[in-house]
Design a protein around this ligand. Structure first.
Ligand SMILES: [Zn+2]
Ligand SMILES: [Zn+2]
Length: 268
């Protein structure tokens, strides 16, 4: 027998035809605002480091660990990022990051939830989700935290509670986008504070894009110091390195104008 939420989902697909947030085309029969063609264009992160998910060039299926993780094991245990930070996924990420694009946020959150099911297979689920907190000044400027927005469908889809009250950014930091890897590490050092006791032992940090991993590593360090045994990172996209995050030279096709951010920026 079909579950009630499956029925509601089917009814929603019929009653509320979708429009693709990337090309603006109607997306009939789809359960999210993304057409089949645009979803197929999203750059999957298929061959990646098994710890930090940095995209690597090697045969799919090989057991891979990148040079950076070999030199210094990160505080987190695994990063799950279904996509690479590249065209056209970068448009969606910048939409939620800088323009509070609700539809784009919903699409990314649904994609993340769906891909996590596949990426993690039957691995035990964490007890809680912890979105990377924004500095209070940046939160006031933006009025929202994109990591929390991304966590919403994940929380519902995987039935893991999101805790937004657990960690704060206790000091202002410079925007990571303008810094190199070493500066990022220094900039974010001791930037987070736990404000409630931590009882969970298995935690997933939620973020939008992992670039060098400095931010999530710092947060994972705090969670581990506070008693967590396993810390995963769940993010929509992984950048190969800061240079790779510049706008791709991929040929542009007609885009929905509302989906094109006016400000192109590096991920944090
Ligand atoms: Zn489309
Ligand atoms: Zn790695």
């Amino acid at each position: 027998m079909l579950r009630v939420d499956t029925w509601l989902r089917r009814l929603e697909v019929v009653l509320w035809p979708r429009t693709c947030v990337l090309c603006g085309a109607a997306a009939p029969g789809r359960s999210l605002d993304l057409c089949e063609g645009c979803e197929a264009d999203l750059p999957l992160n298929c061959v990646a480091c098994s710890i930090c998910a940095e995209p690597l060039s090697a045969a799919p299926g090989a057991s891979l660990i990148c040079g950076s993780c070999l030199r210094r094991k990160p505080a987190f245990d695994a990063v799950y990022c279904p996509f690479q930070y590249a065209y056209p996924l970068d448009h969606l990420v910048q939409g939620i990051k800088y323009h509070r694009a609700v539809a784009q946020g919903q699409v990314l959150s649904e994609l993340l939830a769906a891909h996590l099911h596949t990426l993690r297979r039957a691995a035990p689920l964490p007890e809680i989700l912890v979105p990377v907190p924004l500095a209070s000044k940046r939160y006031r400027q933006r009025g929202y935290n994109q990591a929390i927005e991304l966590g919403r469908c994940v929380e519902r889809g995987l039935r893991v509670r999101m805790r937004t009250d657990l960690v704060i950014r206790s000091r202002e930091t410079r925007e990571q986008a303008s810094l190199d890897k070493r500066e990022r590490r220094r900039n974010i050092r001791d930037a987070f504070t736990l404000i409630h006791p931590l009882s969970a032992r298995h935690i997933a940090i939620i973020d939008d894009v992992v670039t060098t991993g400095s931010t999530v590593n710092e947060l994972a360090k705090l969670l581990k110091r506070s008693g967590a045994a396993r810390v995963e990172v769940w993010a929509v996209a992984r950048a190969a390195n800061p240079q790779s995050a510049k706008r791709s030279n991929a040929p542009h096709r007609k885009m929905n104008s509302s989906a094109i951010p006016t400000k192109i920026a590096m991920p944090k």
